[in-house]
Design a protein around this ligand. Structure first.
Ligand code: 9WN
Length: 473
């Protein structure tokens, strides 16, 4: 509950309409035209909103996703609907070939999925869905069924994906952090040889303006990385991917979900302590490896990188913002466990603000994140209507193109929660009001111009409706 103003007219009815029309009977698609299957982190956000309409439907949403979990614990980023024509989305099931290519990793035999993952928001979503109607949840054994799957998911991330050896999760494809064409990936992706343009057909351009979407060159690289991962049997090892990055958003969401898993364990009478310990260890690793005091932000770490980058604070030569000295190549040095140190990516992405969501984040770091969010680079409460996906002053900033500047509703929902968690209720109230108004005026857009709120991408987008509904009630 907040002391904020009531929701704008049309918000609740519009959000319900979007969620109803995008519901398939077992899950909710992000958008029937552009994204006609089930997406992993979308379903978590969608369930957080749809719990206010029907707790049972929200439970079902998450259970459909969890049912497609692989034997090694991974939750795939897409669960394909066999009733949708293969050409409706690229890359589709005929590209990923999960049942055969993923057999050694335990891919389901009768459900086609992708082989990569998305940010682990699921335990947090399960806890919030449970809280919407604890009696229905208990009656249907919702948490008891979800808990072992969520625990296996977190174990997969912790064991198979600590590819840097420093205790954080790595992503092996730019689709995994969910912010596909963020400028943070420009340098790590530059090493990837793109698949030739004539070898695949983009279905996304049938539904969206090319100027709002990633480029063909981006797609060539996405395809190459995914095909290489598939052809290696979806096995995870340090040398296995040309793209290997520690992302603060993914790790922050894992920590928030690990705290949620501790609460779920306690509700079920299981031992919560291992989850609390894991959350604390992850938080320490996040601060140690990705916090950049000079930037006032968490930076991504490129595990294949380490060379000099852009100076974030002026025209001088690149500095190591951790120590003030020259940029170190961490490949050879560091403690013995640091198998693959890499180097920071010198771009300011909104993922670097998401650790604000972490309970137990040191107070001085939380305060610095709030200052950064409200400063010139992200403009919260000042120049920007909603927090942009990327540095307003960055050289790659583009207010229209996907994750290179536009504001996204999931990012802003997460920050609203983080502001409230860290004692900033007035800023949270103002952000909530801006999210609700922009959701309605943009027609529940996929993303918006961060200055004007003008709609970009597709409309009637499910997580926009769901998360606005969650803030409205
Ligand atoms: C690739 C579904 C997904 C979101 C991602 C968003 C976009 C897919 C695409 O759509 O990615 O996974 O085809 O562009 O970037 O965050 O989960 O809404």
């Amino acid at each position: 509950m907040t002391s904020a103003r009531p929701a704008p007219t049309g918000l609740t009815s519009g959000a319900r309409r979007v969620l109803q029309q995008n519901w398939t009977g077992s899950c909710t698609v992000p958008s029937p035209g552009l994204y006609p299957h089930q997406w992993s982190w979308d379903s978590a956000f969608i369930a957080i909103g749809s719990r206010h309409i029907s707790p049972r439907r929200a439970q079902r949403e998450l259970e459909t996703l969890l049912a497609a979990q692989w034997g090694d614990g991974r939750i795939p980023h897409i669960v394909f609907n066999p009733a949708v024509p293969p050409a409706a989305y690229f890359p589709g099931p005929d590209f990923w070939r999960s049942a055969t290519a993923g057999a050694a990793a335990g891919a389901p035999r009768h459900t086609e999925t992708s082989g990569i993952v998305q940010p682990p928001v699921h335990a947090l979503a399960c806890l919030l869905v449970h809280r919407a109607d604890p009696r229905s949840s208990a009656r249907h054994g919702f948490l008891a069924r979800a808990y072992p799957r969520l625990a296996a998911w977190h174990r997969y991330l912790g064991r198979a994906r600590d590819l840097g050896g420093g205790g954080l999760v790595s992503v092996v494809h730019p689709w995994e952090p969910g912010m596909d064409n963020s400028p943070c990936w420009d340098a790590p992706l530059a090493r990837v040889a793109p698949a030739p343009p004539g070898t695949f057909r983009r279905a996304d351009l049938d539904h969206g303006a090319a100027s709002d979407r990633p480029t063909d060159l981006d797609y060539g690289r996405y395809v190459r990385l995914a095909a290489d991962y598939r052809d290696g049997g979806y096995a995870d090892h340090t040398a296995g991917s040309a793209f290997l990055v520690e992302d603060p958003g993914v790790n922050a969401l894992l920590i928030a979900s690990e705290h949620a898993l501790a609460e779920i364990a306690a509700l079920l009478g299981a031992d919560a302590a291992p989850h609390r310990t894991r959350a604390a260890d992850l938080t320490a690793a996040l601060v140690d490896r990705l916090w950049d005091p000079a930037a006032g932000l968490f930076l991504c770490r490129d595990l294949h990188g380490g060379g000099p980058g852009r100076d974030l604070h002026g025209g001088g030569p690149a500095r190591d913002l951790h120590g003030g000295g020259p940029v170190r190549d961490l490949h050879g040095g560091g403690p013995a466990r640091d198998l693959h140190g890499g180097g920071p990516v010198r771009e300011l992405g909104a993922a670097g603000l998401l650790p604000l969501l972490v309970p137990g984040l040191p107070g001085d770091i939380a305060a610095a994140l709030v200052r950064t969010a409200c400063g010139d680079h992200f403009g919260l409460g000042r120049t920007a209507r909603l927090v942009p996906s990327y540095d307003l002053l960055g050289p790659a900033f583009d207010p229209a193109r996907y994750w290179r500047g536009p504001a996204w509703f999931n990012v802003n929902w997460l920050l609203e929660r983080g502001l409230r968690l860290h004692g900033e209720p007035e800023r949270a109230d103002a952000l909530r009001t801006a999210v609700l108004e922009t959701a309605v005026t943009s027609g529940f857009a996929e993303y918006v111009d961060p200055y004007t709120g003008e709609a970009r991408g597709t409309r009637d987008f499910s997580w926009t409706a769901a998360l606005a509904l969650d803030l409205a009630v």
